[in-house]
Write a protein that binds this ligand. Sequence first.
Ligand SMILES: [Zn+2]
Ligand SMILES: [Zn+2]
Length: 222
Amino acid sequence: MEIYRFIFNRLEENTFVVEGLCGSALIVDPGCESPAEQQRLKSFLEAKGLKPAAILLTHGHMDHTYGVAFLQRLYSCPVYMHDDDKSVIAYFQRVAKFGIPVADPSFTTTPVADGQIVEAAGLSFKVISTPGHSPGSVCYLFEEQRAIFTGDTLFAGAIGRSDLFGGDYDSEIRAIMEKLMMLDGDIAVYPGHGGSSSIADERVGNPFLEPFNEKEELYDQN
Ligand SMILES: [Zn+2]
Ligand SMILES: [Zn+2]
């Protein structure tokens, strides 16, 4: 499974293009904000002969959703998101923070739920609900391809902030420890910001998770 990364908007958000079967693709968190960024993504897809079959949102923050309306208009594809982040999108529409432009909200979402298996672009992936960074944060696990998209819940060496609207630190830690750190160590982690990692590396080396690990588990490379 070929995965391409773009870094978009002033928050340096990772947008991933996942190549599926027969010229189809999935777009994870399209953060392309400016017309130039949107054009760059569109040109890339055209050059590769890829047509998006679905957009996967790990959550509703604007740095992850700037390009959603643009892409859905262009490709008429479903946008998967947990319903609990609809309130987040509505909130940030009302409160333009830090002078950061709001995302175009004119897109429709298809709700996903914890444990749901979704088929799109000839690929199959599982939704893992990980509330905390935002109430509707989810991760998308591609078990067969050994990859997980963690949005702003889990980063290489860090975890997402939980002080924004609807965030909750305890829920976030619990979700990471109980649902992500239990996964096989060889699964590659693709976060919403920064470089990629693996479940094993985060289990051993993520300083934000260390207090919650049993000592033995720190050395369990799986
Ligand atoms: Zn976020
Ligand atoms: Zn973000």
